[in-house]
Design a protein around this ligand. Structure first.
Ligand SMILES: NC(=O)c1ccc[n+]([C@@H]2O[C@H](COP(=O)([O-])OP(=O)(O)OC[C@H]3O[C@@H](n4cnc5c(N)ncnc54)[C@H](O)[C@@H]3O)[C@@H](O)[C@H]2O)c1
Length: 247
């Protein structure tokens, strides 16, 4: 049984991961703050009836809402095997332009939100003595800012990587794996709305594979880390970046 956060957005990484897991026979629950999560879950349940896809309306900045979402999953499915945590916000700004309010939004969703949702499900997985958690971080955490993420965004995703590694150490002995993915430029709704086709073309020229990534290409890496194909991997960071950051 797999929970995928940030799956309301129709062309996002979370949705592509939910699709791929459902297509491969998983039971799924999708979690998002956006009301669209209900329609998204209904569409997935219709397309993949065996997935029994349910919607979890949840703001990950609230610890109580994260615990409630976990309780709903347990009432509905009885257990949870996988958490792919993709919900997040991206913000581009030079450091001197970042307002207190913007700083707080980015940190509370990307960093505190990750802590809230991951720890809610990690406790259950620890009780089960099994589970796999995949956090979607960003190349911004590795190279000092992304192609458009500001210092607050990069710092929040750096925190996600540190948290992933710490939890991997703490949870390894109870059979729970915790890994991270670092995508770079992925053509989701956010990217389409934030940069012009000309700028995208320019950015693509600097990528060794010569193009932005697709959401399903990140979903593939998430599914690998979620699955038993990666049973000896924990605390790892998997790059899905077309070669833009080789290290
Ligand atoms: N698209 C890229 O180029 C790219 C690159 C690197 C990393 N990422 C990371 O990948 C993840 C997914 O990005 P995407 O491009 O699919 O974005 P997206 O905007 O398509 O999806 C993000 C989802 O998170 C949800 N969300 C936002 N705040 C939330 C909250 N407080 N509680 C619950 N849900 C919330 C949104 O409603 C949305 O459905 C993000 O964490 C992002 O930082 C994206």
């Amino acid at each position: 049984m797999c929970v995928i956060t940030g799956a309301a957005s129709s062309h996002g990484i979370g949705r592509a991961t939910a699709e791929m897991l459902a297509e491969n026979g998983a039971l799924i629950a999708i979690l998002d703050v956006n009301d669209g999560v209900e329609d998204a879950a209904a569409a997935l349940a219709k397309k993949y009836p065996a997935s029994r896809c349910v919607a979890l309306k949840c703001d990950i900045t609230s610890r109580d809402e994260c615990d409630a979402a976990r309780n709903t999953v347990l009432e509905t499915f009885g257990r949870v095997d996988v958490l792919v945590h993709s919900a997040g916000v991206m913000r581009a700004a030079k450091f001197h332009e970042i307002t207190d309010q913007e700083y707080d939004v980015v940190m509370s969703v990307n960093l505190a939100g990750t802590f809230n949702i991951v720890t809610a499900f990690a406790l259950t997985m620890a009780d089960q003595k099994a589970g796999s958690i995949v956090n979607v971080a960003s190349v911004a955490a590795q190279r000092g800012g992304g192609l458009f993420g500001g210092a607050h965004y990069a710092a929040s995703k750096g925190g996600v990587l540190s948290m992933t590694r710490t939890l991997a150490r703490e949870l390894g002995s109870v059979g729970v794996r915790v890994n991270a993915i670092c995508p770079s430029l992925i053509e989701t709704d956010f990217v389409a709305g934030a940069i012009s086709p000309e700028r995208l073309q320019e950015l693509s020229m600097a990528i060794p594979l010569g193009r932005p990534g697709r959401p399903d290409e990140v979903a593939g890496a998430c599914m690998f880390l979620a699955s038993d194909l990666s049973t000896y991997m924990t605390g790892a960071t998997l790059d899905v970046n077309g070669g833009i950051h080789i290290h």
